[in-house]
Design a protein around this ligand. Sequence first.
Ligand code: PGA
Length: 263
Amino acid sequence: MRLIIENDPQQVARWAADYIIQAIHRKAATSEAPFVLGLPTGSTPLATYRELVRRYQLGEVSFANVITFNMDEYVGLPEEHPESYHSFMWNNLFSHVDIKREHVHILNGNAVDLEAECAAYEEAIVAAGGIDLFMGGIGEDGHIAFNEPFSSMSSRTRCKTLNADTIRVNSRFFEGDIRQVPKMALTVGVATVCDAREVMILASGPKKARAVQMGVEGAYSHVWTITALQTHPKGILVCDEAACDELKVSTYRYFKDIEKNNL
Ligand code: PGA
């Protein structure tokens, strides 16, 4: 696993956006196949999306040949609700770049048959050629996508009950009222994320420090699903200083040293 330690959330965003842009260009140089990008919602990726939009406006990247798959969506929340992940993605990224509408994939949390929706999503990922790069955030409890503690490490896209901690944390988007937060979501599984050819997880702020510590220094365990990154051949965790607060000094120094000559 690579651990990239940047000074602050803005630098995390710049690093992540650079990485995505380079990956898109690298594939385009050798193949006409679309670049397949997995994407998260949440507070953490917002700065990365702003940076991607800025770089698109500068003409440094195009999304015309990019296919996206989002990680998750609430069950039962109308797509047009301001806090749906559909709204989030269009408001913060897709409406501002040249992506084709038919290239955007977001789970339909209002599907009549949720199980069939999830199975079709897995099939669509395969049909697109698999995900080249999956970007994600990390929950305070170490979840990736909505794979809460004790999710199977071989889980696939499915309907998931959100735990009390996640509902509490996400209530900040619902006027602080936990009753308004949907109790279920559709989410890609841990194995769906880890099937991607590269996985890049972002973490900023002290609230993520324990999850980062477990993800980097902890043992592989379904208790902290972020530890799945340890088994990925190309897993990258991009953190700011505050998110590294709980790492051992020796771990922190090790990654600072080993990454200092890498871009
Ligand atoms: P956040 O959420 O970026 O809003 O902290 C991350 C997550 O829950 O995966």
